[in-house]
Design a protein around this ligand. Structure first.
Ligand code: SF4
Length: 73
């Protein structure tokens, strides 16, 4: 699974970081980032998610107020 955030729609509520801190973190810009992203955050190709964290990513995606967490398998 790969994940990315369309940050222009991020509300900055940090819910994703609370639900899945292994993948998401809040940046100095008060927007959520995918940890380890390589500058492609906010669009494809996204960042690979360790299998053990996939459920957490899907949970965050389902609850994201901005509906701006995207995954691709
Ligand atoms: S849950 Fe969604 S809206 Fe909230 S901080 Fe994370 S990406 Fe942004």
């Amino acid at each position: 699974m790969k994940v990315w955030i369309e940050q222009e729609f991020c509300t900055g509520d940090a819910l994703c970081e609370d639900l899945c801190p292994g993948v998401f973190e809040m940046g100095d810009d008060a927007l959520a980032h995918v940890k380890g992203e390589d500058g492609t955050n906010g669009g494809k190709p996204g960042t690979a998610v360790p299998e053990v964290l996939e459920d957490g990513v899907l949970d965050a995606q389902a609850q994201c107020a901005g509906e701006c967490i995207y995954v691709e398998r």
